[in-house]
Design a protein around this ligand. Sequence first.
Ligand code: HEC
Length: 305
Amino acid sequence: MKRNHGVVLFVLFVGCSGPAPQPAVEPQPVHADGLHNVFRLSDRLLSGSSPDGDAGFAALQHLGVKTIVSVDGAVPDVAAAERHGMRYVHLPVGYDGIPRERAVALAKAVRDLPGPVYLHCHHGKHRGPAAAAVVQLCLDPAWTPERAEQWMKAAGTDPKYTGLMSLPTKLAKPTAAELDAAIGDFPQKAEVPDLTRLMVAVDERWDHLKLAKDAGWKQPPGHPDLDPPHEAVQLAELYREAARLSAVKARGPDLLMHFSEAETAANELAAALRQPNAEAARKAFGRVQASCTACHTAHRDRPTR
Ligand code: HEC
């Protein structure tokens, strides 16, 4: 009896004095096959890239991860996660910032779902680290806005994403009660807007074209189904489809102008690859690339409201 009493008193004492202040520990880089830009932020949270196929999911399982949170627009590979004993949560965000409600949902998911949690975007550099910063600010009192900014810089977040970079200073932290009250029914696959879905497809075509470029405009080794001119034709088609979306038309003529320029550049690349003419392909590739950046700068990367 006496001993039990002592234990209770000890617990009360620790409870009242609070945890001893811990020195801020830098997020630790983690190297694993099939994953890129991985950092451990706490016992509960890792940040990194989207897993590369089975090797990536196996690496996560090996790291003990139980829940994967994606903030990317791409459809999560829920089946692969399940095969490796993990569950997906899909809470996509844009490059222009994270609305507070989404920040609260992310924090709740990381707080309440089985951990460790792996939080990822596509490359693990911009949206993912920004989301991880917001989660840490919501959940860990030792995280100050300065520390969150330092973490984003260390993760490689590009300062041009002003809506992401300003999150740490702008965030109004939720209380524990607000987190308790938030909806905890997280989707494994979220509904994403048509434009986001098309952009994920654009990005995939673009990755294929980059592989073709590295292979001297020939079919890249290890990709027997990849036909470079066809990839460029598909890219042009995706732009045409995007320009027909009512949500895109509603955003005004400048966005449509960018889509038309991008489509012309993609068609030029397709023609050069069909000839084939390496010099013309190199030029057209540059024009396509410039059209991605020009449109994103005007219509994606910064808050517009
Ligand atoms: C004409 C404009 C335009 C062009 C050209 C364009 N994009 Fe986009 N892109 C956007 C917009 C707008 C968004 C944000 C969509 C949204 O609201 O989710 C976006 C989003 C994206 C995303 C994020 C998807 C996600 O996970 O949420 C990726 C990746 C992307 N674009 C890649 C590319 C690449 C690569 C190219 C060039 C090969 C390209 N885009 C060309 C307008 C464009």
